[in-house]
Write a protein that binds this ligand. Sequence first.
Ligand code: ADP
Ligand code: ZN
Length: 733
Amino acid sequence: MPHTDATTPPDEKLHAVSVLLPTPVVGPYDYLVPAELNVAPGDHVHVPLGSREMTGVVWGPATGDVDAAKLRPIAARVETSPMPDQARRFVDWVAAYTLSTPGAVLRMAMRGPEDLKPPRPLVVFQLGDIPGDLRMTPARQRVIDFLQDGPSLAAGDLARETGVSTGVIKGLADTGALVRLELAPPPPFTAPDLERPGPDLSDAQETAAMSLRKKVSADAFSVTLLDGVTGSGKTEVYFEAVAAALAAGRQVLVLLPEIALTPQWLDRFEQRFGVAPAVWHSDLRQARRRTTWHAVSTGNARIVVGARSALFLPFAELGLIIVDEEHEPAFKQEDGVSYHGRDMAIVRAQIADAPIVLASATPSLETRVNVSRERYDSIPLPERFGGATMPDIATVDMRDAELAASRFVSPQLVTGLTATIAAGEQAMLFLNRRGYAPLTLCRTCGHRIECPSCAAWLTEHRFRKRLQCHHCGYEVPAPKICPECENEDTLVACGPGVERIAEEIAELLPEARIGIMTSDTMRGPESAQKFIHSVEAGELDILIGTQMVAKGHHFPNLTLVGIVDADLGLAGGDLRAAERTFQILQQVSGRAGRAERPGRVLIQTFQPEHPVMQALVSGDEARFFELETRAREVGGWPPFGRLAGLIVSSRDPRIADDLARALARCGPSTPDIRVLGPAPAPLSLLRGRHRRRLLLKTSRDVAIQPVLRAWLGQIKIPSQARIRVDVDPYSFL
Ligand code: ADP
Ligand code: ZN
């Protein structure tokens, strides 16, 4: 019997629709569709919100939450390609999974609703004739100083760059001190050249590339792990899959953990395809974001390489996703909507019904388990390309090193460095700690200098003569006098950061040319690229760095890697501490001996018997992961169980405590569902907020979101407190 719905209006035209705005408010909101307007889901529209007008996306039929008589009309439809259905479904999916609002998710791919507007000519400002009687203010001066030798920028970018309001810029323009200049929008993207031949692949690489091409031509959802040792040529192999998807007329997304780290990747892409890909990350200037957003939705951009937020771009013809370094913890976003880029990439591929390739030399335990359960395919590349051998790895037992308290480099490592430089080769020292020293302590009274708004020590940055909190960014000039006992010259640096290691090496090997690579010394992709080129050109002997040096780089002449403190990541109760330490040390080790000359790795540790060190030295990675997996299974930890972290915070510690206890009291409890905590978070004070943690732990077959919703639904959150929900937490700080 045919189903008739009495509420369906006779014509198809929608009279009211819901519109999603890229802001974290609860949404979508309903709007009336004016009689003369036709809109469909995915269309971009201008709508009134309060006294403002914003650009949003038509999300679907009206929700009916607000009485139709009270709705305001859509102001205008924007002439641009719509946001595809898949992209909208993905936003909804991520919102539901992470317990966020869809607006907060949509917002992640952009800075604000302005980004949704189509690109328009770029209006930039440059210096004009400064009138003699110009009333000068510090803000105006900053803008003028900036433009004296800085680039011409759009008002918004110029305001951000100089820390003034756009009103200041408009005001200056009115006086003639600045003049407007209209530029054509940044050029759209050129299609990759698919006729260009790739490199000759080795047999193993060709077999792997064939399997990936097959996945692409199957044109259906599948997950494949490309499990290749460092230097095996994973990038070249997945480029073949990229080429196949592009040739089939599909769009491709390559996710990388930190876009700033990849100048070499971009070079290689250009070598392979003759053009630069569209790049997407959070530091793009607004004009570029708009152009890229629209080029992706119109299909002009065929390939995007980006950080995790690129997942939210409006791909219309997505046919392949690559997640490089899939094990990388940086794929997990911790602020705002907390989501794991790799996991959501798999969801995105599923929605697109497209293959996804996870590449790694040290796959995550989660991914390994999925391979063993045969949910993912795995393609191995067990050998380095071109016959390079894997490096020889040994530990240095620091208990025997008998170093002075202010020394951190063992005699064995110094000997290794000396020999490496003498042979005309390069070395790398890895220490995952920025700055000079993680703690400044008064020798007389024992006072430790802490951040006023975090439960954390301040790190000394000696080059800049400042102490800095690495959690909130608070900075002070390095004091000469102890703030507690007021004695002079009693403050001492405790422990090493990379700057201190560089100082020690400079004393030990005065002839060596040393370079430091951290996020403090590499500001932006250009400086990273310059640095990398100077390493490639042999202008440096010893490269000292944080995790920035660990990934991706290929320096053929680098033969020695020294791990300054291998134990650093093992402290604390993080369930992935051992796995992560193994992965990062394996990655760093993989920088050694990637070409003709064999590599060597020296690992300084106080616990050479630790399973992580044993696994690195023996190369028995399988056994290490077997033991880790068993431990997780026995404990019911992910991926054998599910977790959600709840962080209660407030400026008032009592409010935080009360709310955390109230949450615990009404927490769910069944044999499959448990609440752990509350307990003060390890970082019990952050940016002035007191933090308490609870952990919801369930068995694998429990859907954790409904449990969380029901639980949180019982709680009234006082206005001075917040609860942050972190489904699948990776940080337990
Ligand atoms: P991985 O990502 O597995 O560590 P890469 O893809 O970075 O390995 O490859 C290591 C180095 O070997 C790179 O410089 C790369 O250009 C080179 N390489 C890999 N495969 C080939 C090939 N088939 N032909 C020429 N060079 C190759
Ligand atoms: Zn702080």
